[in-house]
Structure formats: structure tokens, C-alpha cells
Design a protein around this ligand. Structure first.
Ligand SMILES: [Cu+2]
Length: 265
């Protein structure tokens, strides 16, 4: 219904509602634009100086303008209370339970996205500032913590299973960044000192999207949506949406690879 907006392809369960809302706002703004524009043009002609050399101090006596103002306010209230607030409430309040979701920690930094999975035990390992090393351990993960042994971290690579609720816990190490994936209709600021959860259900795999768009190289991208410094333009991550089996395979391989004893220590 909202193809006419030319939005990016849609790949989450809730995205249709966002698109509908954007569509309705556009329709209403178009009506307002035409209405006010027409009224302005009408006034230019109707009250031109050649016909009205002297100002009329009484002004309009009819109520048409008040009624149209009330009409505009009513439609705006419907958009706000009928669409925007319920949609916002559903996105923020009705978080799925962690047991039925995949929880991923995504930490922004100048200028990259650090992705952290809890691994098979479902518990995120301890992190410690003292262990932080920008090259080898950008999250300061303490591998000696039993909960951290099976944790998986990646740089700029977010792998997700299709049709499963995903909870992303957004954090930032330095300045305000924003996690935006246009196809998911998701955008949220990452703010230093806060952990902000967002959730969505991706419902189109990367492979499906490649067939659908006819672009064999298609990739979902995390675009940083806040100007966060000189390297902001290159702060992009990639999201790969896979079938549950493929995702599990990928995760198992990473667990094996990363939980191997660190040769350095
Ligand atoms: Cu950024």
C-alpha cells in the first residue's frame, strides 16, 4: 500500500505499521499543503490591493476557518493517538521475553560496531576496562570468567536468525551514535552510560532479499545515524539474516574458534 513512498525494501514484522504511518502522514500533509496553498493563492487574488485600497478592520465573520482549523487538529490527534503512540508503545513496552529471543549486545565506538553474543550459556561474560585493547579486545571481555568462555564477539558483523525476535542492547563507548538499519525500520541512538534495548523480528533472509532485489551483492547495513566525528561516514556494519540452522552453524563455529585458549596468555 505504501510502494508509492519509494522506501527501502521491508524486512521486519513490525515495519509495515511504520510504513503505513509514514504513508498516512504524507497523505495528510499533502492535503494540508494543497489546502493552505490554494487558500493563499485565493487570498492573493480575492484581497488584492487594486480592489481593496483600504484595509477592512472588521475581518472575517464566518466560521469556516475555525472549523477547518479544528478539523486539522482532530486529524493530527488521530495520527498521534491512533497511530504514533500505540506503535511507539508496542515497540518500547511490549518487549518479547529474553528466553524466546536472541539477545545481542551492540556497542558503538568511533567508528565501528562491536557485536557481542552470550554464546550457548546465554550469559554475557564479564567485561573490564583494564582488559580493553582496541585491536585485540575492543570490549574488554574477560575470557577467564566462566560465563565469557563461550562468548562470541565480532566487529561490524551482525548475524541474525530469521523470524525470531531479536533484542539488541545498544551501548556506546564514546559519543552518541545511532543504530539504523533502513530495511528493518529500526533506528535508535546509542548513548554513553546507557544500555538501550530495541527489538524487531527480521523476516527476510539476506539470500531471499538478494533474489527479490535481483542484486547478488545485497547486504543489510547498519548505518550510524548520528554525526559522531570525522570518520562517521565510514561507520557501517553489516547484518546477515540467515535461516535458524545456518545461524546456529555460524555461531557454533565462532564459539569453537573464539573459546580456544588464547596463545598469547
Ligand atoms: Cu557513529
Amino acid at each position: 500500500m505504501t510502494e508509492w513512498l519509494g522506501l527501502p525494501a521491508l524486512a521486519t514484522a513490525h515495519g509495515g505499521q511504520i510504513d503505513d504511518m509514514i504513508g498516512w502522514v504524507h497523505v495528510f500533509m499533502l492535503i494540508l499543503f494543497v489546502g493552505w496553498g490554494g487558500f493563499f493563492a485565493y487570498c492573493l487574488v480575492r484581497f488584492r490591493a487594486s480592489r481593496h485600497p483600504v484595509a477592512n478592520y472588521t475581518g472575517v465573520k464566518g466560521h469556516a476557518s475555525s472549523y477547518s482549523e479544528i478539523g486539522v487538529a482532530v486529524v493530527e490527534a488521530i495520527l498521534l493517538f491512533g497511530f504514533a503512540i500505540p506503535l511507539w508503545a508496542a515497540r518500547v513496552d511490549r518487549m518479547p521475553s529474553e528466553s524466546e529471543s536472541l539477545v545481542v549486545q551492540v556497542t558503538g565506538e568511533q567508528f565501528a560496531w562491536n557485536v557481542h553474543y552470550a554464546g550457548p550459556d546465554g550469559v554475557f561474560g564479564r567485561t573490564d576496562l583494564k582488559l580493553l585493547d582496541l585491536q585485540s579486545n575492543p570490549l574488554g571481555l574477560d575470557r577467564s570468567d566462566p560465563a565469557a568462555m563461550d562468548d562470541v564477539t565480532t566487529l561490524n558483523q551482525l548475524y541474525l536468525p530469521v523470524n525470531k525476535p531479536i533484542i539488541v542492547r545498544l551501548r556506546s563507548k564514546d559519543v552518541i551514535h545511532a543504530f539504523g538499519v533502513p530495511e528493518f525500520r529500526v533506528k535508535q541512538d546509542a548513548i554513553p552510560g546507557l544500555t538501550i534495548p530495541i527489538w524487531f523480528v527480521p523476516n527476510v533472509t539476506t539470500a531471499e532479499m538478494r533474489t527479490r532485489t535481483g542484486n547478488a551483492e545485497f547486504q543489510y547495513e547498519i548505518a550510524c545515524a548520528q554525526l559522531c566525528g570525522m570518520g562517521h561516514y565510514r561507520m557501517r556494519g553489516f547484518v546477515t539474516v540467515e535461516t535458524a540452522e545456518d545461524f546456529q552453524k555460524w555461531l557454533d563455529e565462532r564459539v569453537k574458534e573464539q573459546s580456544a585458549p588464547d596463545p598469547v596468555r
